[in-house]
Design a binder for this molecule. Structure first.
Ligand code: NAD
Length: 420
């Protein structure tokens, strides 16, 4: 029995089982590696604008404290469930270890629908959530960051609430803050930039030129939009498909990204851009393209559509977009589809969050070009390790990447003992 039921946690557990089998990890070590060290569930009561008091359920899961503080995003989403939060925390652990960061994984969030909240209500939810978490987080214990449904403003409210409690500014308690509050240059763009960099390396690996390539991007929030803009403007890729939860656009001639960027800046969503290039959102994923970037929610590449994907590169911008059943199909298609697994593909976000934390601790700030150079160096190292291991052991990129992550956490636990 576990409190972490649900399909997303099952995914994380199944993936871990595959890796544990591959690495020959004995049964009595497995539960220690998989199950979170700590999970916190709180109620977040808020006075709503219409006079009612609403109580939101909220969570934080800290996977392990073996290699340093835990680190992970905060998701505001109406369907949030503790099993999903735990799975995301576990994936963060393998991701941080693969990138060589001194962190365990964490994740948290509030079950709420941000677009349905007024700005005042959103601030109240954010501040009360951090207030409830103060006993459990800290710059050396657990450092929060943005994820779906949260942004720089929410991080600023978190930082302010924590700082008021301590009586001085504690910028290193969260990453993804505004630069004016100790955030780092390049954090907002980091995940999408990292996706685009790794896609260009995957193009090299399979021998296609990014300038001659096309891409479809699912999800047009922080990760999806920056991935699309960077792929197009830096690497010359033609973006032929894009979607968010309101609309899906597809035009093999290429979408007008500048006009889409202006539309998003004004309306926040793709809906209303133009219905001349609309497409069914599920059909978008199986259109022919060189690069497919799922950058929205979990479990969109399934056993149903994995065999129908017509991309050469699957770049997992989102966390957990591919189910284990779909992985089995993609494993069979390894020569056709090059998978950049989520724990590698979207690691640019946590890498630059780590840079932000380091800069805040030192109170010494770097230029954007220094941030980007260091980001590319770490991504390059991780990409090389994963591709080499996948080739040497004849396993998928996901198995190779997760094996590296799990091994590092396991080695730390073996050296330290049972505590962390
Ligand atoms: P976001 O809230 O900025 O954007 C999410 C986007 O997904 C929105 O455009 C939304 O409309 C769209 N979306 C939601 N449901 C959809 C659906 N069913 N079909 C198509 N589009 C849909 O969130 P984000 O920060 O860009 O995060 C996206 C994914 O990337 C998540 O899985 C997140 O965990 C992961 N991620 C984010 C970061 C980061 O730095 N923000 C880092 C690593 C991983």
């Amino acid at each position: 029995m576990t409190i972490y039921s649900g399909p997303v946690f099952e995914m994380a557990r199944t993936q871990f089982g595959t890796i544990a089998d591959h690495l020959g990890i004995p049964d009595d070590e497995r539960a220690r590696l998989l199950y979170p060290k700590r999970a916190i569930a709180v109620s977040v009561p808020v006075h709503m604008d219409d006079g009612r008091t609403e109580v939101f359920q909220a969570y934080r899961v800290q996977h392990h404290l073996t290699l340093g503080p835990t680190k992970g995003g905060t998701r505001f989403s109406s369907s949030l469930h503790i099993g999903e939060v735990a799975a995301l925390a576990i994936w963060m652990s393998w991701k941080c270890a693969l990138a060589g960061l001194p962190y365990g994984g964490a994740k948290g969030g509030v079950a709420c629908d941000p677009p349905a909240l007024s700005r005042r209500e959103l601030e109240a939810v954010s501040r009360r959530y951090m207030q409830e978490m103060i006993p459990f987080v800290g710059p050396q214990t657990d450092v929060m960051a943005p994820d779906m449904g949260t942004n720089e403003q929410v991080m600023a409210w978190f930082m302010d609430t924590y700082s008021m409690h301590h009586g001085h500014a504690v910028s290193e308690i969260v990453t993804g803050k505004p630069v004016s509050l100790g955030g780092t240059e390049g954090r907002r763009e980091a995940t999408g930039r990292g996706v685009a960099y790794l896609v260009s390396r995957a193009c090299d690996a399979i021998g296609i030129r990014s300038q001659d390539s096309t891409a479809v991007v699912q999800g047009f929030g922080n990760v999806g939009s920056v991935s699309a803009y960077t792929l197009a403007r830096r690497h010359g890729v033609r973006i032929i498909g894009a979607s968010d939860h309101t609309a899906a656009l597809y035009d093999p001639a290429g979408l007008p990204l500048d006009a889409i960027e202006r539309h998003i800046a004004e309306h926040g969503v793709l809906a209303g851009f133009t219905n001349q290039v609309g497409i069914d959102p599920d059909a978008l994923l199986i259109q022919p393209c060189d690069i497919l970037v799922p950058a929205a929610v979990e479990r969109v590449i399934t056993a149903e559509n994995a065999g129908k994907l017509r991309c050469r590169i699957l770049a997992e911008g989102a966390n957990g977009p591919t189910t284990p059943d779909a992985d089995a199909v993609l494993d069979e298609r390894r020569d056709e589809v090059f998978v950049i697994p989520d724990i590698l593909c979207n690691s640019g976000g946590v890498i630059v969050s780590y840079f932000e934390w380091v800069q805040d601790l030192q109170q010494l700030f770097w230029s954007e070009s220094e941030v980007n150079d260091r980001l590319e160096r770490l991504l390059e190292g991780a990409f090389t390790q994963v591709t080499r291991r996948a080739a040497a052991e004849r396993v998928s990129m996901r198995t190779a990447g997760m094996s590296i992550g799990v091994e590092k956490v396991r080695a730390g636990k073996r050296l330290r003992g049972l505590f962390p």
